[in-house]
Design a protein. Structure first.
Length: 346
């Protein structure tokens, strides 16, 4: 059963990125009348146009920083998936205001344009780095979530449902460490790791799109949906890639980069106290109370007992064999391994 009504129109911001392309391909499996790919990079749009060859996909050049271009791309659209963002932690540390302009102000532009155009639902892509953020990228994504939640509080009469999905590391997405490991191994170099004991969540691009579909079906204004991803150490991940390519495990430790954590948090204990548990997914509802706090002086809001944060340190831990099995579900990884097997030995 389709998660979208037949004949609907969808805009995907950042549609030429890893998330965006996967989302577009999934949408093409449904009875949509139009998918608008909105991004700044016309060269990537041209590659995508020739690669997909589907006349239901239309391409809009623009930037989420520019309200008018977002407004044009969301006119007469039913649903919006907002994936456009600055995602690289080190570069955002050097240029934090650029992260603010894209991830915060750009996201507000998407929400406001969608509301003015009568869009039914907007799902925004967030990250585990938004929880207890220590870097500019995480801080900007945390503010993006706050912008979405503020819309739910301040516009309870709006017909546009704005929600967020929050992920850990998505395997083989743009800028992720797995394609870097593959590139280094193919070049005969040792994979570079920041800290072998560092832990990270793992999920596939397909799982990330599944969560977006869940949000489009189930979201209420201001909801944040979180996938309960497993985790592994960076050292084990690098070793798993080495074993798949049948090369000796020899890692080059380069040290923690700007703004990186030892462990990541997908959901804070404050959120989990009021979260709904749907098995593989948490739903964190918006705190819809207004500013009249005196109403709660004598009768405060009573929640469940405090519990632990959901972190990559206490999440289900994958062993090397499990990591290898998960890596083999990635089409790009299988393609690289197949290519390696077909190249004649020197």
């Amino acid at each position: 059963m389709s998660f979208l009504p037949s004949g609907c129109r969808v805009t995907v911001t950042g549609g030429t990125g890893s998330f965006g392309k996967t989302m577009v391909r999934r949408l093409l499996d449904h009875d949509v009348s139009e998918i608008r790919v909105f991004s700044r990079d016309e060269a990537k749009q041209d590659l995508m146009r020739r690669g997909l060859g589907d006349d239901r996909v239309r391409y809009y050049v623009g930037d989420v920083r520019d309200f008018d271009s977002v407004h044009r791309a969301t006119r007469d659209v039913d649903f919006v998936f907002h994936a456009a963002a600055l995602k690289q932690v080190p570069s955002c540390e050097f240029f934090p205001m650029e992260a603010v302009r894209t991830n915060v102000l750009g996201s507000e532009n998407v929400i406001m344009a969608a509301e003015r155009n009568g869009v039914a639902s907007v799902v925004l892509l967030s990250t585990d780095k938004a929880v207890y953020p220590v870097n500019a990228m995480g801080i900007s994504k945390a503010l993006m979530e706050k912008v979405a939640q503020a819309h739910a509080r301040n516009r309870p009469d709006s017909t546009t449902v704005v929600s967020c999905v929050r992920y850990g590391n998505v395997m083989y997405s743009r800028g992720s460490v797995i394609p870097l490991f593959v590139e280094q191994i193919k070049a005969g170099r040792a994979p570079t790791v920041t800290s072998p004991a560092m832990t990270r969540f793992l999920m596939s691009l397909a799982e990330s799109v599944d969560l977006v579909e869940h949000a489009f079906r189930q979201a209420r204004p201001g909801d944040i949906f979180i996938h309960k991803a497993p985790a592994c150490t960076v050292g084990d991940l690098a070793e798993a890639v080495c074993q798949l390519f049948d090369v000796p495990t020899k890692l080059e430790v380069i040290g923690v980069r700007h703004g990186e954590k030892q462990d990541e948090t997908l959901a804070s204990r404050e959120e989990l106290v009021r979260a709904d548990d749907f098995g593989d997914v948490f739903r964190v509802p918006v705190d819809a109370r207004d500013l009249n706090y005196e109403l709660y002086v004598s009768e405060g809001e009573v929640g469940r007992p405090p519990i632990e944060d959901f972190t990559s340190a206490n999440a289900p831990r994958l062993g090397i064999a499990q990591i290898k099995d998960l890596l083999l579900t990635i089409p790009e990884m299988r393609a690289e391994l197949t290519l390696r097997e077909t190249v004649p030995a020197c």
